[in-house]
Design a protein around this ligand. Structure first.
Ligand SMILES: [Zn+2]
Length: 84
């Protein structure tokens, strides 16, 4: 993926984000993302964000590890192995 700000090839990264479920903030860790080495712009794909929100609804302890999300079968189908 190319950075839409400075047109630099972006690198894979992981980040943390918070999602609000019924007014309660759930912290999501190890979220797959892309970071621009040039301008440090961080992008989380909307699909990744949707999955995180979906899974956060079932999260009871306020913190969700995205690595566990994949194990629960909410993983990706696109491109087989691309985001494994
Ligand atoms: Zn950039």
């Amino acid at each position: 993926m190319i950075c839409d700000v400075c047109k630099t090839e972006m690198n894979d990264a992981t980040t943390e984000m918070e999602v609000s479920i019924k007014g309660k903030m759930i912290k999501v860790i190890n979220v797959p993302s892309l970071i621009c080495p040039q301008c440090k712009k961080l992008v989380v794909e909307s699909l990744v964000e949707k999955v995180a929100q979906k899974c956060a609804k079932h999260c009871k302890d306020g913190i969700l590890d995205y690595n566990d999300v994949k194990l629960l079968g909410f993983g990706f189908e696109k491109g087989k192995g691309q985001l494994s």
